[in-house]
Ligand binder design. Structure first.
Ligand code: ZN
Length: 85
């Protein structure tokens, strides 16, 4: 399995952080905008950042939107296995 590594020091120990779009929705009526918003999070991942555990370098993982697209994640491994057979 070819894991992605820190681009600066080549360490394999990386903390991956998936960024998702969070939204808060407020309804407006003739009397104004309500105090209570509806908060939604955890939806629509749009970027993954790596944080190197060895040297502290941070970078954006190119070409992927979510952690399940990274080599080494169980979902990625399962997809690769199915594509082989
Ligand atoms: Zn590093």
């Amino acid at each position: 399995m070819k894991l992605r590594r820190c681009p600066r020091c080549r360490a394999v120990e990386v903390c991956w952080v998936e960024h998702c779009l969070a939204t808060t929705t407020f309804d407006q009526t003739a009397s104004g905008i309500g105090e209570e918003g509806f908060h939604s999070n955890g939806a629509d991942p749009f970027a993954v950042y790596g944080h190197c555990q060895a040297c502290g370098h941070e970078w954006r993982a190119k070409g992927i939107l979510q952690i399940t697209d990274l080599p080494g994640h169980p979902d990625f491994t399962e997809r690769a296995r199915r594509n082989e057979s």
